[in-house]
Design a protein around this ligand. Structure first.
Ligand SMILES: NC(=O)c1ccc[n+]([C@@H]2O[C@H](COP(=O)([O-])OP(=O)(O)OC[C@H]3O[C@@H](n4cnc5c(N)ncnc54)[C@H](OP(=O)(O)O)[C@@H]3O)[C@@H](O)[C@H]2O)c1
Length: 338
């Protein structure tokens, strides 16, 4: 049912798992959006997906047909990483606003091209880094900015999980798979944002599932101020999502830092005296907060939400590229291009 206030009509490019399980349900539950259509390479799959979300959701057997639908205001792009750029640019050129999955693209140059296409089309392009919208993520970032741990000097961030499907797109070099792009992107993003500056140099070691597809990677980042970070990621290990930010007057530890779930989540703040206090943040659907923030931006509503644009994505992806280049060279330090 359409909301009473102004709202956005969404289209979804593909029947991807992440769309089916969390983002499309969040769109359907949102206060300022409705699901208008889904497209798949397979018309039957598109119909099944559409039917699962409502009798009036249209189904298309080609992505192009959804982009031609004039009733669609905004497109959600949960395609494999290597396809983000082409379909995002096509959607922008068709006059749609775009929420594209993370990482926005496998290279910073591609992120910048996508940002230019959004500017030329005068449409919103946002990267779907949902964890940025969680109130706990925002509370921790604000504590660090406000000096609760003194000057932040180190971040240690890790995201690992065991990917058991051998045919998953994350194992494909051609589709820009690998642990670093898939989950290392969260660790790098968290390090940059918590330290509040951009790293200048990276080094990393990786274990490869096949050439060009890292199954495990551990990297280090050096920042101009002298701050340092370690980032770790894997598609082969039990689930671990952890961020620790260490300042010269304390530290904050965050477990289940990225995907989290909808229940209440905590962080631990340790002061200069070594005493740790646990703080609990109410449970939310961070995907719903993300799609509502996107729609509010399109609808021109004033809002206080994290920036998640192509320029911001390019800064994280430039670091991912340097880490990947270092790992290929056996850990040699690589300067980060800006
Ligand atoms: N923010 C998050 O929490 C989160 C979580 C998981 C994944 N993601 C991101 O979401 C994106 C999709 O991940 P996913 O795990 O949901 O992927 P997935 O289930 O494998 O879905 C990808 C979809 O892309 C379409 N597709 C088009 N060309 C394809 C090709 N050559 N090979 C395979 N699929 C192709 C397919 O849909 P049709 O057959 O219907 O056309 C497929 O269902 C990735 O960028 C990933 O990083 C984000």
């Amino acid at each position: 049912m359409a909301p009473e206030q102004p709202y956005l009509t969404w289209g979804v490019l593909s029947t991807a798992n992440i769309g089916r399980k969390v983002v499309v349900p969040a769109i359907v539950a949102s206060s300022n959006g409705v699901l208008g259509a889904v497209a798949s390479r397979d018309a039957g799959q598109a119909r099944d997906f559409a039917d699962a979300f409502g009798a009036d959701v249209r189904a298309y057997g080609r992505y192009e047909d959804l982009l031609d639908d004039p009733t669609i205001d905004a497109v959600y792009v949960p395609l494999p990483n290597a396809l983000h750029e082409d379909w995002t640019v096509a959607a922008l050129e068709a006059g749609k606003h775009v929420l594209c999955e993370k990482p926005l693209a496998p290279t910073a140059a591609a992120c910048r091209r996508m940002g230019e296409a959004a500017e030329a089309a005068e449409r919103l392009l946002m990267e779907a880094f949902m964890y940025r919208f969680h109130p706990r993520t925002r509370a921790v970032a604000k504590l660090v900015r406000d000096g609760a741990i003194g000057r932040p000097r180190q971040v240690h961030a890790a995201f690992a999980f065991a990917l058991r499907r051998p045919d998953d797109v994350r194992w494909s070099r051609a589709l820009a798979g690998g642990a670093l792009l898939d989950v290392g992107s969260y660790a790098v993003d968290a390090a940059r944002r918590l330290l509040g500056e951009e790293p200048v140099e990276a080094s990393a070691f990786a274990t490869y599932a096949e050439p060009g597809v890292d199954g495990e990677l551990v990297g280090q980042l050096r920042f101009a101020s002298g701050a340092l970070a370690t980032v770790a990621c894997a598609l082969t290990l039990p689930r671990l999502e952890r961020v620790q930010v260490v300042g010269d007057a304390g530290r904050i530890d965050v477990d289940r830092a990225f995907v989290g779930g909808r229940e209440a989540l905590a962080y631990d703040l340790t002061g200069a005296d070594g005493v740790t206090a646990r703080h609990v943040v109410d449970g939310v659907d961070q995907y719903r907060l993300m799609v509502e923030a996107f729609a509010d931006r399109v609808l021109g509503r004033a809002l206080d939400a994290p920036v998640s644009d192509a320029a911001e994505a390019a800064r994280t992806v430039a670091v991912l590229e340097a880490l990947a280049a270092s790992a290929v060279r056996g850990g040699a330090p690589v300067a980060i291009a800006r």
